[in-house]
Design a binder for this molecule. Sequence first.
Ligand SMILES: Cc1cc2nc3c(=O)[nH]c(=O)nc-3n(C[C@H](O)[C@H](O)[C@H](O)COP(=O)(O)O)c2cc1C
Length: 185
Amino acid sequence: MAPIVLAMSGASGAVYGKEIFDRLVAARVETHLVITATAQVILKDEMDIPPGYFNRAGVTVHDNGRYDVPIASGSFLTAGMVVAPCSMGCLARIASGVSTDLLERAADVHLKERRPLILVPRETPLSDIHLENMLRISRAGGTILPAMPAFTHRPKTIEELAAFIAGRVFDHLKLPQDFTPRYTG
Ligand SMILES: Cc1cc2nc3c(=O)[nH]c(=O)nc-3n(C[C@H](O)[C@H](O)[C@H](O)COP(=O)(O)O)c2cc1C
């Protein structure tokens, strides 16, 4: 299959990005990774994860300040992009189409090419501006998949909560997964 673009921006909830990353690597999905400067700080603060963690086989780690890479172009085929966690600042910039860094440009490309773009925002409460930006992205074809894990399956750990969200992201990327418990009534 075509590669996936995974981006992490500067919101709390580094565990969501890490969980999706680990699952993509485990599934041997070719991954293009972009991590903003603030996301790198948060990965260290929340999880003690250094940048070197992401250097794995099948993973291309991009410099968020450079546009001269394949994922900045619509001619490079991908199966979709996910931004997890997605800050409100990042979401606003994607909604406005400004493409001030590689992450935003890659997201812009996914919208214009009508490919899956899944944003996993983490903020609470939400202002009218946040909500309007989400609606704008949704109307442009993106998917807003908030970091709101369910509790129906009685999760015991943070990893279980993150796995729930990772599984829903996989579902929307049409990647097979069995790590989200499926409600059977
Ligand atoms: C420790 C830390 C935690 C943050 N948590 C959030 C958050 O949960 N949600 C959010 O929208 N912004 C959060 N921010 C603010 C964003 O990082 C900032 O507004 C901006 O979007 C950063 O750009 P980036 O998302 O492209 O990295 C946080 C910033 C810091 C330093």
